[in-house]
Ligand binder design. Sequence first.
Ligand code: C5P
Length: 409
Amino acid sequence: MSIQGKNILLGVCGGIAACKIPMLVRILKKRGAHVRVLMTDAATKFVTELTLATLSQEPVQKDIFPGGYSSREDWTRHISIGEWADAYVIAPATANTIARLAAGMCDDMLTAAFITLRPKKPKFLFPAMDGEMSGSATVRKNLKWLSENGCRVIEPESGSLASGQCGAGRMPEPETIAATIEETLVEHRSRFLKSKSIVITAGPTREKIDDVRFISNYSSGKMGFALAAAAAGRGAAVTLITGPVQLKTPEGVRRIDVENALEMDNAVKEHYRSCDICIGAAAVADYRPADRSAGKIKKSIETMDIALVKNPDILAGFAAQKTSSQIAVGFALETEGNIGSAREKLDRKKLDLIAYNTYDGKTSGFDVDTNILTLIGRDGSIDELPLLSKPEAAERMLDAIEKLLNSDE
Ligand code: C5P
């Protein structure tokens, strides 16, 4: 499990433990997270803005009125930063900032972002201060209020303190902080699909010519099965409707085996009303033989024509009748197309998200273990994913679906 691709906001207050924060930024960045740092004025006495900007590769923000407004972006930065974050970590959290947060003040970027953060995103406080300060009635009262109101407070560890005393007050080491963030984001991940019902189509379809021959394609079903495993891992009730594949059913997944496009279409139709999300990962044959011959067609003539008729577009059928709270997700595998053709497909099929799938036959496409996807949202958002294993690509697709679900709420 990783924090790969997560947006982590890091608030740094003015305590000696701030000297551990550059190492924390390095660890988070190494694990693939995007990190933006917010600092209080006092924090800059302990660690420089330049250090944290360099390590995070993002400008550090402090003031809510930084001056030099040149665009609309500048006026509303305190809001966009809260919307951007997947998690907000305040470390070290000083008695002063804890009091400001508990009082709902927002007189700098660090406190304002605490309020503009999307309600369901996890917030962590790592208080670090001398034992006497940490045990004071006001600090205890403020921390109690914050933890009762959706904030995870990670109490300091015991050890030698900057005051020369020994006792509780030390901020955990950066590795421990990173592990705590990671664990919570994974737990968070496993909760968000808990009450959701997902239908996933996978694999190829076989369109029979006669009793022993068929038209099909090279789809292995690996991407659809990876999506089913990942969604079940996040607590969803998953129905996997698959064409003929050689894959084991992922744990906790209800599997329905079908052979051809019409059967797959019927199986999906049974879930039109009940499912929250429909993901079309199947490589459905676009055409089927107009007539199916009984037995085995004899090899009596030199050339042979097979009349084909168009199969229904299963996913577009779902999308055409879905309610505004249901989500339709598809793939666009293109050998010659481009991102424009994927976007056109998203619009034409009325999808909410499409994974544009480049095809090179070696690292992406059918029957390989990796994929290179670009996720295009109905809002025009574009996320170009690197070369990933299919299970990792599946997790990233579910992250994008999570964003869609949140934006609908
Ligand atoms: O139009 P195209 O086949 O490229 O669209 C691909 C997307 O549409 C995939 O998500 C696929 O599962 C879905 N699809 C479908 N029924 C079809 C054809 C494609 O659900 N008949």
